[in-house]
Design a protein around this ligand. Structure first.
Ligand SMILES: O=C[C@H](O)COP(=O)(O)O
Length: 265
């Protein structure tokens, strides 16, 4: 008899990118907390990923009001500490209560020339400090136009997760973000998202076994909004979303986090 697939708790992660100062962060967190009740925050894991300069403010609010909102950073250094001017280590993030960190976002890969080897080193640094890496992969428009997205993303995944044990892989999150859909208003269709998210899970199963693959949450990212989240979440291999622009509006992001209600309607 086949083993039943363990339920994966949906995860909505708001990547604020280089937006909102610490005062604006304060306001957004308070609005978000007021828009989501305990059940909603229990059913759907809600996480914000602010700029480094906001993390202390977010920590103070979350701890002070015992909010069921997680938080983390948008990047980290692969180094443990020392003379690396401008960098932030995993230990500095965990000291601020962070539980998540994005690695390999396409904006880091493009503007800072980060390759799979560096993404891999960052994922390892995060895991060594009990931070959950959200490992981003995704093809550009040129690759999509040649229908090469599955092979490309499989390659990125192999490089970004090289040398990790099945136990480590089971703890991380993978985000599929087609570069052509980021901040462009062009959302991948739910079928596009399922094709690649399904291929990611299949590759994880090939390398680390089905049991591990079934535990990994695979997110979709790219122009996610309240209006399209329900259709995206209806796909069997999509376990949540990495949300950019729409996460800067507390009510819009709260609606995304309340997606089970859109499905029930
Ligand atoms: O990390 C988030 C993604 O880059 C998606 O951004 P977006 O929702 O603004 O398209």
């Amino acid at each position: 008899m086949a083993t039943p697939t363990p339920a994966r708790r949906p995860l909505m992660a708001g990547n604020w990118k280089m937006n909102l100062n610490h005062r604006e962060a304060n306001l957004l967190i308070q609005k978000l907390a007021a828009s989501l009740n305990e059940k909603q925050l229990t059913d759907v894991e809600t996480v914000v990923l602010p700029p480094y300069t906001d993390l202390r403010t977010v920590q103070t609010l979350v701890d002070g009001d015992k909010l069921l909102i997680g938080y983390g950073a948008q990047d980290l250094s692969p180094h443990k500490g020392g003379a690396y001017t401008g960098e932030i280590s995993a230990a500095l993030l965990t000291a601020l209560g962070c539980t998540y960190v994005v690695v390999g976002h396409s904006e880091r890969r493009t503007y800072h020339h980060e390759d799979d080897a560096l993404v891999n080193a960052k994922a390892k640094a995060a895991l060594a400090s009990e931070l959950t890496p959200i490992v981003c992969v995704g093809e550009g428009l040129d690759i999509r136009e040649q229908d090469g997205q599955v092979a490309y993303v499989r390659g990125q995944l192999d490089g970004s997760l090289a040398g990790l044990t099945a136990e480590q892989v089971a703890k991380l999150v993978v985000a599929y973000e087609p570069v052509w859909a980021i901040g462009t208003g062009k959302t991948a269709t739910p079928e596009n998202a399922q094709e690649v998210c399904g291929a990611i899970r299949q590759r994880l199963a090939e390398v680390h076994g089905q049991e591990t693959a079934d535990q990994v949450r695979v997110l979709y990212g790219g122009s996610v909004k309240a209006a399209n989240i329900a259709a995206i979440m209806a796909q069997p291999d999509v376990d949540g979303a990495l949300v950019g622009g729409a996460s800067l509006d507390a009510e819009e992001f709260a609606q995304i986090c309340r997606f089970p209600e859109h499905i029930a309607r």
